[in-house]
Design a protein. Structure first.
Length: 132
């Protein structure tokens, strides 16, 4: 089974977290599910550098991330691949971004995040943030 190493950003502004909805994809089980933005780590790339690059490419968001900003690591097996996701907590000074790869985006309080339909790999992060 193919294994992916990915990064995700928990983007916080004014006490709310940015939740992004995926569009139709190759796999129905993650299509139109909410997730934390991010993507694959390139060969030889540091995790914190990968999240900076992904946010720049996908959202025009410029953040400075340190390895110590790692919030949690999730291991998840999907039917067609497995993944290790490194989630970094990033505070934003302003809520501005460009939605390039997602069909919807919502700023939500951590308590309200469980009302969304999350991609399975993102659920443990959402639960830890929301305390549920």
């Amino acid at each position: 089974m193919k294994h992916l190493e990915v990064v995700a950003a928990i983007l916080e502004y004014d006490g709310k977290i940015l939740c992004m909805e995926r569009g139709q994809g190759k796999f129905d089980y993650v299509s139109f599910k909410y997730e934390f933005p991010g993507g694959k780590i390139e060969p030889g790339e540091a995790k914190h550098t990968a999240i900076e690059r992904e946010l720049r490419e996908e959202m025009d968001v410029h953040v400075s991330v340190k390895e110590s900003d790692l919030y949690m690591t999730v291991h998840h097996d999907y039917p067609d691949f497995s993944m290790t996701m490194y989630a970094f907590y990033c505070h934003l000074d302003k809520p501005d971004f460009v939605r390039k790869e997602h069909v919807d985006a919502k700023w939500m309080t951590p308590e309200d995040m469980p009302t969304l339909d999350w991609a399975p790999a993102d659920v443990p992060i959402m639960k830890k943030l929301s305390g549920k």
